[in-house]
Design a protein around this ligand. Structure first.
Ligand SMILES: Cc1cc2nc3c(=O)[nH]c(=O)nc-3n(C[C@H](O)[C@H](O)[C@H](O)COP(=O)(O)O)c2cc1C
Length: 177
């Protein structure tokens, strides 16, 4: 039976909350595991039929060591290891098959509409998924935080739950035994 795997990076807990809400939506039809990128396996199991990944926008893109350090020094974040996260995991993880169904999300600030348009974390996640041979099954979803350290804007977890539920119908699990 196919499972879903949601892998996230989160500094202040917002992308983590979105990851769990997505898994909640998925779990109506599919067992769904949620893991931080730091704890995610080096090789995705053969029983995974859908991979969802996401994290925050940092300096318009995916977090990287320098922006994680910025989160610590400028915003008081506590990060055990600033050298690694979702980007680094996606660069090294092994996938069970080409064509693995996948989708990406990010979290971003709700202010400065013009600046937010430049955010491209989810687009980079999709590119990295593509390099793994994964098949993107839905347009990336973007979830909004009220401020740098959160909280999520009202209703975003519900929206994530609905998005998760919708992914089940779009993924094709025939490749999974
Ligand atoms: C170093 C740093 C850079 C950021 N740069 C951006 C940015 O370019 N665009 C944006 O929309 N939000 C930016 N933010 C706000 C983050 O998107 C926000 O902190 C994040 O979505 C919250 O998710 P998290 O709680 O999972 O970390 C930045 C935050 C930090 C700490």
């Amino acid at each position: 039976m196919a499972r879903a795997l949601v892998v996230y990076e989160s500094v202040f807990g917002d992308a983590r909350a979105i990851a769990y809400a997505i898994a909640d939506g998925l779990s109506a039809s599919l067992a769904a595991d949620v893991l931080a990128a730091a704890e995610a396996p080096a090789e995705i199991g053969a029983d995974v039929g859908l991979l969802v990944v996401g994290g925050p926008n940092h300096a318009f893109g995916m977090p990287r060591p320098s922006t994680r350090e910025g989160a610590v020094t400028q915003h008081g974040a506590v990060i055990a290891d600033t050298t690694t996260g979702l980007h680094e995991w996606l660069q090294s993880v092994r996938v069970p098959r080409t064509g693995l169904a996948a989708a990406a999300f990010d979290t971003r600030s709700s202010g400065h509409r013009m600046l937010v348009k430049m955010d491209h974390a989810a687009r980079t996640e999709e590119k990295l998924l593509g390099k793994l041979g994964a098949r993107i099954v839905a347009p990336a979803a973007h979830f909004f935080v009220a401020d740098t350290t959160g909280p999520l804007v009202d209703g975003e977890e519900d929206r994530a739950r609905t998005w998760g539920r919708s992914l089940v119908g779009l993924a094709d699990f025939r490749a999974v035994s």
